[in-house]
Design a protein around this ligand. Structure first.
Ligand code: T4K
Length: 404
């Protein structure tokens, strides 16, 4: 283990018990990766000089082409964010009635459906990958089911084959929420070309950011044309619309940021991978804490450091550990607590949904995400790991003091 000065040494020194926080400034999960500033500024200057700020701009077109090439699909339509991209993809695919999704996902996956009065039906996950378990889907299918949305959570790919097989057997559309999975592969093929379409997020906190942004990718030309029209109000000509549309356009400054960050993608991956390796080494052997691993044979963006906490061994609960970390200015996140099915309006619509989601119910109380990316350094990671070791080594005593 690396030796680090100023790491917490004793329980009494914890900020929880009145000590000084380990970090003077908060360490966030989701600090943006930022590529070469000069390249970005040059692009912004060009955008301002040419006074073409949005709608069919050159940088958006370039970004779309670069993404399509990188993930190996025929069509990419850039959008203002992944939530709107999901809404558009759902509508363009003609989904209706009920659509099966995991509850263990960001709320946008569910909202994108409900926003269009389509009911998200929550299915359980495989506890090893945290993604939809195809074996659990069959029982959720009804005559109203029109599709499945798989989520490649943390960049871990869904069981694409299993989901495709169920979708095919029941004549369902298959969409992927690939918000986390830009730059990742499944069995050697880049994520992006699976199902009917896939949706990436380029939000500030994502591996590749365009400030805010997203994209839908597909190999289906007809669908791609619909996506492109729907994101621009459905206009097929200056004064003609062919369908209902919305404003889902990505602007040129966002595209400039996306392109700039694409140029640094390999550097971001190298940093994330190094961070993941360091966390794995320095958390090793802490009882009750396991780090989600990524398949080394696949391409991966390593954007998330995901811990699972087994309170039976750590004694301190996930929530207690999170609270203690927050006091030390490590703003760990319990994504995706409490599960979409326990958030409104879904909780009221289906108060007993959790009964069919045993793995989800367990996982939402176990996951804790730690800071990574280009904004954290080796020494900070060491301190976080040492702190966790201290907390678990002294779990009983700390829990007793907390409960007094
Ligand atoms: N599907 C899935 C599976 C998703 O995870 C998401 C988004 C979507 C769909 C929808 O994609 P978008 O429509 O957003 O493109 C965040 C993000 O807002 C959200 O994009 C993301 N998933 C989700 C997992 O996390 P919060 O509430 O954690 O984000 P926020 O804005 O509070 O940022 C988190 C931390 O990051 C902050 O505490 C500080 C740091 N930060 C954030 C921003 C925005 C910075 O340092 N700089 C920044 O500019 O939801």
């Amino acid at each position: 283990m690396r030796s680090v000065e100023n790491a917490v040494k004793a329980i009494d020194e914890l900020a929880l018990f009145g000590g000084k926080p380990m970090f003077a400034e908060p360490l966030h999960v989701g600090r943006p990766n930022v590529g070469n500033r000069q390249n970005f500024e040059l692009r912004v200057a060009d955008i301002l000089d040419r006074r073409w700020l949005t709608n069919g701009g050159k940088y958006v077109k370039e970004l779309e082409q670069r993404i399509a090439d990188l993930v190996g699909v025929k069509y990419c339509v850039a959008m203002c964010n992944a939530t709107v991209a999901l809404e558009i993809a759902i509508r363009a695919l003609g989904l209706s009635g009920e659509v099966i999704i995991p509850s263990f996902t960001f709320i946008a996956t569910a909202h994108a459906l409900q926003w269009q009065e389509i009911t998200p039906v929550f299915a359980d996950i495989d506890p090893r990958t945290h993604t939809l378990d195809p074996a659990k889907i069959e029982q959720m299918i009804t005559p109203r089911t029109s599709g499945i949305i798989g989520v490649h959570l943390w960049g871990n790919c869904c069981d694409v084959e299993g989901l495709s097989e169920v979708a095919k057997r029941h004549g369902l559309k298959l969409l992927f929420d690939s918000a986390h999975a830009f730059g990742c592969s499944y069995r050697g093929t880049m994520i992006g070309g699976f199902g009917d379409a896939e949706v990436f997020s380029f939000h500030a906190t994502k591996f590749l950011n365009s400030l805010e942004g997203g994209a839908v990718v597909t190999n289906n030309r007809e669908l791609a044309e619909k996506f492109a029209l729907m994101k621009n109000f459905g206009f097929t000509y200056y004064d003609r619309t062919d369908y209902i549309g919305t404003n889902g356009k990505m602007n040129e400054i966002s595209a400039a940021m996306g392109l700039t960050n694409l140029e640094s993608m390999d550097d971001f991956i190298a940093v994330n991978r190094r961070n993941h390796k360091q966390y794995a080494e320095e958390l090793a052997g802490i009882k009750g804490i396991s780090l989600l691993s990524y398949d080394g044979r696949e391409k991966c963006n390593y954007q998330y450091i995901v811990l699972e906490i087994d309170q039976g061994q750590t004694i301190l609960s996930r929530n207690q550990l999170m609270e203690i970390l927050h006091k030390e200015n490590v703003l760990a996140r319990r994504y995706f607590y409490p599960g979409c099915h326990r958030m409104e309006p879904y909780r009221s619509y289906s108060p007993h949904a959790g009964m069919l989601l045993p793995e989800t119910e367990k996982l939402v109380n176990r996951v804790l995400c730690l800071p990574t990316g280009t904004a954290v350094n080796e020494s900070q990671i060491s301190k976080i790991c040492q702190l966790l070791r201290l907390l678990v080594d002294n779990g009983t005593e700390i829990a007793t003091r907390l409960n007094r």
